[in-house]
Design a protein around this ligand. Sequence first.
Ligand code: F6R
Length: 241
Amino acid sequence: MNIVKVKDYDEMSKKAAAFIIEKIHRNPNLNLGLATGGTPVGLYNYLVKDHQKNGTSYKHVTSFNLDEYIGLSSENPNSYRYFMDKHLFNQIDIPKSHTHVPLGDTDDPKQQCQEYENLLTEHGGVDLQILGIGSNGHIGFNEPGTSFQSTTHIIELTPSTREANARFFDDPNEVPTHAITMGIASIMRSKEILLLISGKSKKEALTQLLQGELSENFPASVLQAHPSVTVIADDEALGKS
Ligand code: F6R
């Protein structure tokens, strides 16, 4: 694991944007894996600014998001499809047909999981996957205990994850109980991974990632076994401030 230490959230976001932009310049047909949540918002702002200023094009990029809440439609402001349209896709030149987020309001979530996994395979997998991390070590929505062999599947969110994500909802009771997420095996198939970690609340998770043992009880630990992972972590997450 290559660890890049930065001062704060802004520097993490800027470095992450530069990392991705460089990959797109090298490979305009990049298959880019994306995450939602608070962590990548600054990164997406920098990608948008760069697109406007320097014209980096996403016309030939294909994107795959990690996860989506079950029961929320794309028009629901708390859905991850809505989040991605708002923070990134509507502000760059990526064709909407190239952007993939699991469908949360489908009648058959199980079938949707299979279709999403097939889609990943048909496209030859993700070249670069962006990840955040939950304070319990989840990646995507793969909660502790998820099998390292898992492909895209339905997951019941833990109370701590629902609580952490309640900040985005008007009423905490509206946080869905289930989500569709790429599995650990799906994530591990990415050729390269960029993990972003910022803030005091992620300090223990970062320590465990770097020093803990490989265990399904701490899903992110699987990244220790991936050949190409870069972690960008800020001082607060590193326990330096
Ligand atoms: C979101 C995702 C999650 C988040 C994690 C951290 O697509 O896959 O694993 O990355 O819950 O969330 P934030 O960034 O809000 O702390």
